[in-house]
Design a protein. Sequence first.
Length: 645
Amino acid sequence: MSGENTLSLDFYKYLCQKIGNEDEVKVRRLTYIIDDLGIPSTTANQITSGSKGEGLQLNGSDLDLMFIDPLFKVYESESDFVPQSCKCIALLMKTEDTHPCFTQLHLVNNLDLTVDHRKRIKNSFLGRKLSSELYKLSYIEDRPYIDGIAKIHGPCISTESFDFAWCLKCDKWISQAKQWTIRPRTTWPPLDLISKIISCGVLFVPIGYKGSNNEILQWRMSFSVAEKCLIFAFNHTQLLCYALLKIMIKEIVEKQEDLKSLLCSYFLKTLMFWMLEESDPSIWRPDKIITCFMACLKRLIYCVEYSTLLHYFIPDNNLFYLRFDFDKKDKLISILKNLFEKGTYCFAQSETLFDIFTLHFKVTDSSLRRIVESQHKIMGYKYLFAHRPLTLLYYFLHHSSTKMSKSIFFVMLSSAHQNEPQILQNLPRSNNKHKYYKFKRDLSDLMIGTNSDAVAGWLMSASFFYVHKNYLLSLYIINHALTKCTDEKLYPWQIGLDQTQEYLLFLLKQTKLCTISKTITINYPKFHHDSPISAQELQLNGYEQVLYLNPMIFAHFLSFLCYYHLHEQRLCKQSLLQLRQIIMQPLTTNRSDTYNDTLSIICLGICYQIIGDTHSARQCFLQATQMDERNFTSAVMRLSNCNVD
């Protein structure tokens, strides 16, 4: 093997350690796909997009979620519309006066909005045209709990951690993109993938062509589902080249303030699609990764120099048209050419690959460690994995073809069982028989839920028994959970594994992933708004839409409540002291989580309020209010209700 090929293989192995190997990428993708598939059909379909949805966990990546609005359906031609078959509001595309990739959306002829349509829908229209700008504003106005914490960013509603894009769908492939399906190409993408993509239809996101006269009335055609299918078809060498481009732009080029956001991820994705379509698939292999990446970078420089990067599905749309002013373009080209001359060692300037010079001496990293870390990190997102229908998850569990996918489905299924008692609240409660049935079913769900991790499932079961006034059994379960809160566990606020945890994983390397999750990981206990299994003391006008609590804080808080109701004053005081002691420790040394820390202070304040120490309670609520700058929690309300005699 030549020296160049050997260097490429070393670089490939290094990237697998730093960015992720094939198995790790599969775990990330599958975990998010399970979440997307699990959304009930009665609500909006969810699509996890962006780097995380693609299987990459790069520095600074937000979680991007798309939701298909079930209230609307888009048609390209009025002949496609069948009134009897559509219960949605039918919209017709009008592309005569719009830039390629953009359209206006009109109500279908002879269709009018009625008194039955919600205010949010009516407020989104200007005459018979659906306004992309009014659509986004109406969404925020319709959800007062996100007002003040969310802002409009392009087609998205953005918070600190999430980008939400509500979109509309046309079930048929549109004529503007028809040429993509038949144009000459080498062998990529294959015909079966093209057919699959066509069957997915096209989405429309609420943003118009910048600077056009009717910008607020336009919607951009989105091929996010198609693009996700194409990226899933990348081999690992291709995916790593794509990741390298993203790291180069985000962590090196964008250190120049005036170049930020000039080259977004979408452009890099488009460039990769063209590269793969026009090249021989056999060259994209580990021992050629350096050559492949340098070819990608060379193509990027060419595109910037000539201000030409054609949209992959609709080439009439040049994504680089009027993108760069003269000075920024010259500066960008100069930086990119300088990086090209340095080759892959230019990544020493990045945060992710700063230690690239040591790649020859680096000990092979643990694949299992990274897989466990990835899944644990994904499970920590508080808005994921809620309200998932069990029948669908069981179906996928029983039809999984690999041990890894079975393990992931099992963990997700266990997590979904924790949510079941929180969402099935509409059964009749008129007699003891129904109450007994619900009690047994909820208990069964929670027992299955204990398999998700070492502690969270048990604490949710303890909360269930507390609500049912079985304080002694609740305390027994809490103490059992606390015995599992040991140093070798992977806690939700922890980043990376220490030596003890890595050694434990080494001992468990032949064990199933689901067993490892139950053995060494600890998740946040999560309670939804008005959850019937959460302590009444935590609920206040539904301020917190999702409560995810530090497991040790919640354990001692619940112990305090149990001892209080049992009139065990000494043990009650002891739990309060333990709770206060833990809160005073630097719980989140490795990660800042203001929301979770605020909830911990609120729990302490509630305890003081219960025993009549109003002054201490007020101090806690005041501190929580100061921490909660965006008013995510009930801190302000509790402070106003806490009167000092």
